[in-house]
Each structure stands twice: as C-alpha cells, then as structure tokens.
Design a protein around this ligand. Structure first.
Ligand SMILES: [Zn+2]
Length: 619
C-alpha cells in the first residue's frame, strides 16, 4: 500500500525513520501525516469508583474499587493488563534504584479480584502472569469492540516510609499517595497493551478516566486530592469553609488553615475519623495528600479572560518548611504565567495543589497535585513549584506517553521552566546550566537521542540527559529556527489538536512542520533522531575576514563569535541556528572587512560544546 503524503510531510524523504507501528497507524487511519488525529482515531476509557482507608499508624493503605472499562478500539481484547505499582517494593521486584530493606514488602496484597464477576487467581498460570508490576489476565470472555467489562478488586499495601519512589510517608503524619490503586494499563493504536514495567524511573502513561473516590482518614488529618471535594460541609469547620469561599474570588493569598486554627481545633468539624468524597472527570490519574497540622495557603487566579474562569492554587506545607511560606505566591505566578505567556493556554484544571513533603529538593507531578520537596532558596523553590505545575499541560492535558517518550513532557516542563526563570530570575543562568550539563555529557555513549524509548534507560543520570537536557535544548533551538511567534503558534496548535488524546513524537513533529509550513526536518533529524553532539570549531579566516566555522558534532546550534580587532574594538556576531540549514558541516560568517582581526572566540556560555580547545584563534 502506498501512503499518500501531504506536500509538507516531514518524513516524505525519511520514511525509514517512521517505526512500523506508526506506519501501520497511518494505514489504519488512526493517525495522519498532517499531524491531525486520523479519522479512525480512538482511545479507551474507564470509570473508577474507589474506596480507601489510610491506616496511618500502620503505614498501610487499604481499599476496594469497582472499575468499568470501555473498549473503543477496533480490536477484540482477549487479555487485560492490570498495573500493581506498589509491586515495585516487592521482594525480587525490578527496581532502578535500591530501596531500604525496611520497605521491601510482598507487594500489593490482593484480597480479591473479579472480572465481570468472575474470580481471577493471583498466581502465575494459564489464566494470568506477571511482567514486573504488570499483571496480565486472560479474560473469561473476550471484550469485543464497543463493549465494556467490570473489574472489582480489594487490596492493601505498605506505604513506603524510607525509600520514597515518587510517593509515600514523609515523616509522621505526612502522606502523598500516588501510584496506588490497581489500574488498567493503556491499550492504544501503537503498541496494543502497554507492558512497560515501572522501575521507578519513567512515569506516566494513562488513559483519561473518571474517578469517584471516597477516602477515610484518621482523626486530625486534612486531605487534598486531584478533582473536587463533594462534601466539604461535612468535613471542615465553619471558618475554613468561609475562607474557601473567599479564595474562590480572591487574588490575595489567604491562609485557609494555619497553626493557630489547628491549636484551637478550628479546622475539622469533628475529632473523629473523616470520610472525604471526591470526583474528577476526564483526568489521567488521581492522587492525594493527607497530613497532620499542615498549613494551607490558597488563592485563585483568573486563567481565561473570555470566560472569567478562575483556578484555585494551594500551597500545603509543614510549619517548619524552609520555602513554602511563599509557595502559594510562586504557584500563583506559575499558573498566571502558563495561562497567559508560556504556553499561553488557560490552565486546564479546576485547581492546583503543591504539597511540600518537607524533605530536600525534587518533585513529582500528578494531575492537579504536585509532590514537592522543600528547597532552601527562593529560585529553586519557585522553579520547582513551576516545573511540577507545568506538567499539567504535558503529560496531563496532553496524554503523552512518558514511559516511552519522556522528552515529550519532561522536555517541555524543562523548557517552560527556562522561560519562566529567565523572566522572573534572569540572574539564575538557566540556559547556561543546561548548556554546561550537555557540554559534559553530549556525544558520550550514554547520551542518546530522544527518539530512543525512555524505558530503555535504567540509569537516572542517563535518562535525565535524554528526557530533560537534550530536549530542552532542542525545543529552545527549534524556537530559534522558527522564530518566537511561529513556534508559539505551532505549540498552541499542537495543544489544541491533541489535548485529551495520546500524541506520539510523529504527531508533534508533523503538527509543528505543518503549522510552520516550512521544512524543519534538517533540524528535527539530528536533534531528535541523531546522530549528533554539540561541538563547533573555528576552521580558518580568509583574507577578507570571512570566518569559517565547522559543525564538528553535527547538531545545529546558534553560532556566537567574538571578534577582537587590532585597533582594540570588538565585534560580537550571533548567527541563528538556520545558518546550518543548507550546509550542516560548514558555515561562513563575515566579520568587519575593514579592520584587522587580532583574535576570534567561538561560543557562549549558553551554547553547549564538548571541545572548547578548537574555539579560539589568535592571528
Ligand atoms: Zn518533570
């Protein structure tokens, strides 16, 4: 079969770069080479009803759930894949990093698992087997297209309290629970069932589902979650309810709960355990924080001037926090910046809660919830809060597959954070830091182009270069190629076309190519597919002051030249990335012809370069 290619198809000359699964998706019309979803695009969905109890003193979570899973695919499903994330703590589990022996468990204990009312055995055999945290179950009756099944499960697990793999108990009375309930994996048009194991490095790939979650917590705990609390009046004391009402319309930061309230017993309505009822619609996960004596600062931000929609932002933190007293302010700045500047699309969820676990740096995102550390300084605290909130766009609004293409969300979060930090904290030298990292790593054996599947990495450092550093630089230089306006336009087109779906790298490339309308393959190929590393060199200078620069490493980057003349004057020349468009090997830059050159320096702190010994010339 011959693929019909649009005129601007990025891969018309590079068909061999398209994996067979993606070529098949074009044939099956689930995707298209224009970057639009194909006419037969589909994705599966589920409704989760979960009831869980936090047994805080025992560091355990116990729950039951009833799931309805809809098969919108054209395939008849003979198996389903159930993720038991907390099996990562199981004795003998596959983990990218060591965990404390105290957190080694028998994994998720399943009291019962039923599919369409029939018991499923949790042992390896003809009807089921395990692949890492994935439990593959043969269905009692195949699930035909358009039909649904039910899964009922009851379960419990130990909440890790020493080795926190993105969630856990962070000291007494501090819980952030994510990666928790037995979850049906994604079945998609590219790979069928997602069988990627969770080894603690790569993160999310989930369908967009509906959640109704009931959480029971011991006396004295406050809870924050993805989605919407349906029974606040049963839970909170009057002053808290009153403040929450004010928050909904206020640009000011309001202390909703503080230490005085806790000490005066004015937070919760009763001194008994509470049952919190939540719902969340069309989101790719549900997580929650439960804590004793946490402060809660909140505000709301107008995110959409057309509709007047406001979003609640929360910072929740222990009173001993180093930096979260300003957390709500940073979160406000973040949501506003994202909604109006970069990416410039209204924040797409009803609230955003940044939880400080009180440990060091680092963070982890889930929809509407971030599990943040507690950095010591302003810029790192603001940067961390911004970074995790920015994941609301990628991968939570855009359902990208972080397990395979982490650069499609971590790369954007790193890029957005760069724009944010450059705007608010220009002295922090964001680009310089990443250029420095790439100068030390680019071209090494472990530094692999983004198109290599992220789950191939079992080393955090190698993964971080591939998921954060190289894609950050690639997006930044793609913006340089396209110009700020066209780049942002393409980014917004991509968001508008693919939100609520599962875009893959080729959808991103094709949307950008088509939105821009000019060839960008010369840039995309080296940066995303490789080979190529960061190394520019000075070659020679002609009689007429033409400076010849070589692209030794093959990655197209801007060319910065500082030319000193014998009369003491200096000429700084900056050539855009597109200087390499027609000749990827050599570029010619004209310095002032009427002067005599004394020395030339190539490069800049913002441009990575693995070999700076060839960047200087003295006449
Ligand atoms: Zn991130």
């Amino acid at each position: 079969m011959v693929l019909s290619l649009p005129i601007t198809s990025l891969f018309a000359q590079n068909r061999q770069l398209i994996p067979i699964e993606v070529q098949n998706a074009y044939k099956n019309e689930t995707r298209s080479m224009t970057g639009q979803p194909g006419p037969k695009y589909w994705e599966n969905h589920a409704n989760y009803k979960i009831k869980a109890s936090l047994l805080a003193d025992e560091s355990r979570l116990k729950g039951s759930e009833s799931v309805t899973y809809f098969n919108n695919s054209p395939d008849t499903l003979k198996t389903i894949v159930i993720r038991l994330y907390q099996d990562i703590y199981k004795k003998g589990g596959t983990r990218a990093s060591d965990i404390s022996p105290k957190d080694v468990t028998t994994g998720v204990h399943i009291f019962s698992l039923k599919i369409d009312g029939k018991d499923v055995k949790m042992t390896t055999g003809q009807m089921s087997y395990f692949f890492g945290i994935n439990h593959v179950v043969k269905l009692p009756k195949p699930l035909v297209p358009g039909d649904s099944l039910t899964m009922d499960a009851s379960w419990e697990f130990h909440i890790p309290d020493i080795s926190h793999n993105r969630m856990g108990e962070f000291g007494k009375g501090r819980f952030l629970i994510a990666y928790w309930y037995p979850q049906i994996a994604v079945f998609d048009d590219i790979s069928g069932w997602d069988m990627v194991n969770f080894n603690g490095i790569t993160e999310f790939y989930n369908d967009f589902n509906n959640y109704d979650v009931t959480l029971t917590t011991p006396a004295g705990y406050a809870v924050w979650t993805t989605g919407h609390l349906n029974n606040p009046k049963k839970i909170y004391a009057k002053p808290v309810l009153k403040r929450l009402k004010e928050v909904a319309k206020s640009d000011n930061i309001i202390s909703v709960i503080n230490q005085k309230d806790w000490n005066e017993n004015k937070v919760l309505k009763t001194n008994r355990p509470n049952t919190w009822k939540y719902s969340a619609r069309y989101v790719s996960d549900f997580s929650f924080a439960a804590a004793l004596k946490y402060n809660w600062d909140a505000s709301s931000v107008l995110v959409d001037t057309a509709t007047g929609r406001r979003v609640r932002v929360d910072a929740i933190y222990p009173d001993s926090s180093r930096s979260f007293q300003n957390g709500a302010r940073y979160a406000r700045m973040s949501i506003k910046f994202m909604s109006f500047q970069m990416p410039g699309y209204p924040y797409p969820f009803e609230h955003m809660t940044s939880f400080s676990n009180g440990t060091l740096g680092g963070g982890m995102e889930t929809p509407m919830m971030a599990n943040d550390g507690d950095p010591t300084d302003t810029v790192n605290a603001a940067g961390l809060i911004f970074h995790e909130i920015s994941h609301s766009y990628f991968p939570f609004f855009m359902g990208t597959n972080e397990q395979k293409y982490a650069w499609m969300d971590e790369g954007w979060a790193t890029y957005f954070s760069g724009v944010f930090e450059d705007h608010f904290f220009p002295g922090n030298h964001y680009a310089q830091r990443f250029a420095g990292i790439f100068s030390r790593t680019s071209g090494h054996q472990f530094e692999l182009p983004p198109i290599i599947l992220s789950n191939s990495f079992d080393n955090w450092r190698h993964y971080s270069i591939q998921a954060y550093t190289r894609p950050y630089l690639a997006y930044k230089y793609l913006e340089n190629v396209m110009g700020e306006k066209a780049f942002k336009h393409a980014l917004l087109s991509y968001i508008k076309i693919w939100n609520g779906k599962h875009p893959i790298p080729f959808d991103f490339f094709n949307v950008f190519q088509n939105d821009y309308g000019k060839d960008i393959m010369w840039f995309i190929k080296p940066w995303f597919f490789g080979p190529g590393y960061a190394d520019q060199a000075l070659v020679k200078v002609t009689q007429s002051n033409q400076i010849i620069v070589s692209n030794v490493g093959g990655l197209p980057m801007p060319v910065h030249l500082k030319v000193e003349f014998t009369d003491g004057s200096v000429q700084n020349i900056v050539e855009p990335v597109s200087i390499w468009e027609n000749n990827m090997n050599r570029a010619m830059v004209q310095a002032d012809k009427n002067k005599k050159i004394k020395s030339i320096t190539l490069g800049d702190a913002t441009i990575p370069d693995v070999d700076k010994s060839n960047n200087h010339m003295k006449m």
